[in-house]
Design a protein around this ligand. Structure first.
Ligand SMILES: [Zn+2]
Length: 114
């Protein structure tokens, strides 16, 4: 279950951020989940209450946002979302040479404190 390790890491990071901001409590944390990571937001949500128990995050809310995969075509420079529909190729030049520029990380986006 790598969602548990992701959630633990995100919660630690959120705690650090809250402490740095001298927060008394945290209302909500926002997390971006890249579609390419294979991480399922529902599992992050499932582990969240356990992971934050006894920390400054206890009682806060977890908001997850799924970030679609975005590729940058190395041939023509177009940005697109690789899917089975476009055969994971660039829709304008059909090149398969692309760099993934978004959707491959799980990131702590925001910590909303009191
Ligand atoms: Zn292209």
């Amino acid at each position: 279950m790598h969602e548990l390790s992701y959630m633990t890491r995100l919660a630690n990071l959120a705690c650090e951020t809250a402490n740095e901001n001298h927060a008394k409590s945290v209302k909500k944390i926002k997390v971006e989940v890249g579609a390419m990571t294979g991480v399922l937001p529902k599992y992050l949500e499932y582990y969240f209450p356990t992971v934050i128990k006894g920390t400054i995050l206890e009682g806060s809310e977890l908001e997850t946002m799924l970030i679609p995969v975005k590729a940058h075509c190395n041939n023509c420079g177009k940005e697109y979302t690789p899917t089975a529909d476009n055969d994971y190729r660039c829709p304008s030049c059909k090149s398969i040479e692309a760099s993934i520029i978004d959707g491959r990380d799980v990131k702590l986006k925001e910590v909303i404190v009191d």
